[in-house]
Design a protein around this ligand. Structure first.
Ligand SMILES: [Zn+2]
Length: 190
C-alpha cells in the first residue's frame, strides 16, 4: 500500500519490518508493521522508526456522530462494537468506547449476513446512555470483512462481496463505499 493515506485504520499494514522499526501505536506481526489505533503515519527517517500519531484531547461523543470500530461479539440480538475512532472536524479522532448495534434478527445466532466478529464498521450514534449505534444507512455498515471459511479479506465483485480464494460470495450490510473507503462524517455535512 502507498503511504499517501493520511489516516490509517487499526489493523492496516503501514510498512514492512525490513523498512522500519515498529514505533508508538504499532505492532510488528509476521514481518508487517501494523497500526493499532486510528491516526496519522509518522516516519522517523533518522532512527528508521514508524509510528502512529493520535490526538489526545478528551472527546465526548454525541448523537449523530459517525464512529469507526470493530465488531467484537454478539450478545442476544446486539452486536458489540469496540469503537476506536470518531469523526470530528474532518478528522477521525481516536477514542476507546464500546457501543451496541441492534440487529434485526429473530434468531440470535443468525447474524452473519449482516455482520461477523472482527468486521470493521462505520456507524452512527443514535443513543448515548447506553451507547447505541446504527449501520442501517447506505453510507454506514461494514467497511472491512473476511471470508467465513478461509478468512481472506472480501472484495467487491459485480456488486457483491466475493472471496477470491474460495470463489464464492458472502453477504453483509456493507457501506456503499466498501472497497474504496472514504473518510467522512455525517451525511448531512457533505
Ligand atoms: Zn474464502
Amino acid at each position: 500500500m502507498g503511504n499517501t493515506k493520511s489516516i490509517v485504520f487499526p489493523g492496516d499494514v503501514i510498512a514492512k519490518e525490513e523498512e522500519y522499526l515498529s514505533g508508538r501505536n504499532t505492532q510488528d506481526i509476521n514481518g508487517n508493521i501494523i497500526a493499532t489505533v486510528f491516526g496519522k503515519v509518522e516516519k522517523d527517517e533518522k532512527n528508521l522508526t514508524i509510528s502512529i500519531k493520535t490526538q489526545e484531547n478528551a472527546i465526548r461523543p454525541k448523537k449523530g456522530d459517525i464512529v469507526y470500530g470493530k465488531i467484537i461479539r454478539v450478545i442476544n440480538k446486539d452486536a458489540i462494537v469496540s469503537i476506536s475512532g470518531i469523526y470530528m472536524n474532518g478528522k477521525i479522532m481516536p477514542v476507546n468506547i464500546e457501543g451496541r448495534i441492534k440487529l434485526p434478527i429473530t434468531n440470535k445466532n443468525m447474524y452473519s449476513h449482516i455482520i461477523t466478529i472482527g468486521d470493521l464498521v462505520r456507524a452512527k450514534i443514535i443513543n448515548i446512555r447506553p451507547l447505541y449505534v446504527t449501520i442501517f444507512n447506505p453510507e454506514l455498515g461494514v467497511i472491512k470483512t473476511k471470508c467465513l471459511i478461509c478468512r481472506k479479506e472480501l472484495i467487491i465483485k459485480e456488486n457483491k462481496l466475493y472471496c477470491t480464494n474460495c470463489q464464492r460470495n458472502e453477504t453483509r450490510k456493507i457501506a456503499n463505499d466498501y472497497g474504496d473507503i472514504k473518510i467522512y462524517g455525517d451525511a448531512n455535512e457533505r
